[in-house]
Each structure stands twice: as structure tokens, then as C-alpha cells.
Design a protein around this ligand. Sequence first.
Ligand SMILES: Cc1ncc(COP(=O)(O)O)c(C=O)c1O
Length: 370
Amino acid sequence: MERIPILDLKRQIAPIRQELDAAIKKIIDQANFVLGKEIADFENSAIDYTKAKFACAVSNGTDAIRLSLLAVGVEPGDKVLCPAFTYYATAAAIASIGAVPVLTEIDPNTYNILPEEIARIAKKKKIKAAVPVHLYGQCADMDNILQAAKKYNIKVVEDTAQAFGASYKGRKAGTIGDCGAISFFPGKNLGGFGDSGMVLSNSKKYDDTLRLLRNQGNKEKYNHVIIGYNHRMDTLQAAILNVKLKYLDSWNRRRQETAAYYNQALKGLNLALPFVPDYNEHIYHQYVFRVKNGRDKLMQYLIDKGIDARVYYPQPIYLQKPFRYLGYRKGDFAQSEKAARQVLAIPVYPDLTREEKEYIVAAIKEFFRC
Ligand SMILES: Cc1ncc(COP(=O)(O)O)c(C=O)c1O
């Protein structure tokens, strides 16, 4: 068996190569590389797909969070909640605009923010915004999050970097809070050929501000009305993403089928398999289980067998060097630390073959027999 990577984009690209080549060629022929017509086309496709009222294409997922926070009115010094267990960029985006990340514990079943934490913290400190993360491809409990947010006048920016296409009670991830920040990093379920992102919202006011922020505060050429940035999506990425979006649901279905196969095949082992509440449609950006004992040994065993098992993420935010200034200590978020010690992801991308999936399952079972 050849090595099984955590993701093989070449397999995804091959069957749609001609369509992608044609879309890229068109942009080169038109030479409309910045804010070309394809940007609006892709924004409209994203609106059709998610049913958000507005979509603003931007440079990447981190900038999507930054700009969302600015659009909802976060200012330097404001406190912004986010989970202690997430990818670094969630907290970095908050810190990058001079706001202060305030960390919360996670639900040990879904790895997402605990809604009751929002109210608990907001009772004690003034919180301007919260950034729940839809980790691994399933939504945080948005209704309860929004209820707490409403009570304490907190704006909600959904970190939808890993969950474009997932849904919560029938609503698409990223369309439920004030803004939804999407990443189209190449490895995401919908990924470009480089970095790009998007902000979804249902407010014209936010969308208008986002469009200024992403393009140097430009209302029209050389009329700059606010301090903005260069956070535009490339036309080339929009053209590529517009081709790939048509396939997203079928790719996500194949991920779900693989997850169902793993759930069945790995039952009965000493693992905590992914938990999906009834309200969620999980799109398995990652298939992650918990290994109660010996996670690192299992990971090494799989790697030695040629299977690219990975840990997302080995350290909670506050134990990483750039965030030590926040003043949290080891032990502050027991569930986040436990998740960082126990989680393990195995390949779940849509193009895995049946033989590869069976090989992965057999290797995991073999580990537990040894
Ligand atoms: C949870 C989360 N938030 C934010 C980001 C940032 O997205 P980008 O890499 O497009 O800046 C990522 C990307 O990996 C992510 O996984």
C-alpha cells in the first residue's frame, strides 16, 4: 500500500482539470486579476449556496475574522471570546486588531465552545464579541450561543474556516451569527489554489463596511473614506472556487460516507468516536477521535504503516508562546488540555479508495490487538 496522505488534492483536481484550466485561462486572457467580474460571480454563487444575504470575498480566513470583527465594531482593547482549543488563527485574528482574546472552555463531546461559558464570563467582564469556532466541520450550538450573546449585547462572528457547507438546524454554517468568516485555504473542503476567504452576513451595513475594509477604504477610486487594508480575494481564486463549488456537496457526502464507515468499523475499540448532535450536519473537514490512552503511540504506529495521522491541535491557545501574555496557566482549561492530549485525525478526504479505508481501519485494530 502506498503512503496515505491526510489529503491528496491531486486526486480531487484530476477529474475536473479541464474545467479548471479553462477558468484559469479565461482570467489570464482577460487579465482582470484584481476584483474582476468573477469575484462578484463567486460571491453570488456563495449567496445561492448558503442563503446568506451578503458575501464579501477576501484574502484568507484569518483576514475574514479580522475584518468581521472590525465590521461589527470591535475596537482596540475590546474583549473578544473564543475557545481555548482551536487553530491559532482564531485567537491571532482577534489579537491582530488590538482586541484581547478571552478564552473559554470547550464542550468535550463536540470540541466547540460551551454556550454557558459565554454567559458565565460576560457576567463578570464586558465582552464586545464572541468567535465560536465550528471545529473539524460541525457547528457550535449557535442558538444557545446567540441567546447568551443577545442577553449581554455581544456580537457573534462564526469562525467557519473548517465548516463551509456544514449546517445547523438546516441553516448553513456562517449565516447564523452577525458574520461568518470562511477560509478557502487549499486544504479546506472547498479550497482554492492559494489563500482566499469570505465573510457572509445578513446585514447591508456590515457588508458595505467589509467592502471598504478589504479594499483600502475605497468608496470609489482614490476616494478613501476609512482606513482599510488590502484584503481582496484574487480574481483567479474566485474563478477556481466557482468551478469547485459545484462539486462541494458531493465531496462532502463522500466524506460523510467515509465517516459512517469508520464509525461502524471502529466501534468497540477504546476510542471516543466523533459525536454529532441531532441539530448538526457534520462535513468532516477532519475525522477526529479521542484516544484515551497512548494517542502518540497510535499516531506513530499509523505513520509507520504509511498512514498520515495528525493531531489538530497539540496545544491549547494559551500554552502557545504568543499568547502567554494573556496570563492563563496550565490547568486553566482542563477539557481543552485533555482534548489536545487525546485527539487524533485520520484521512477522510473524498477520494480515498475502499482499500485505503479498510487498510486504515485494519491498522487501528491491529494496534489495539498488539
Ligand atoms: C479554525 C480556523 N480558523 C481560522 C483559520 C484561518 O484561515 P486561513 O488559513 O485561510 O487564514 C483556519 C485555517 O486553517 C482555521 O482552521
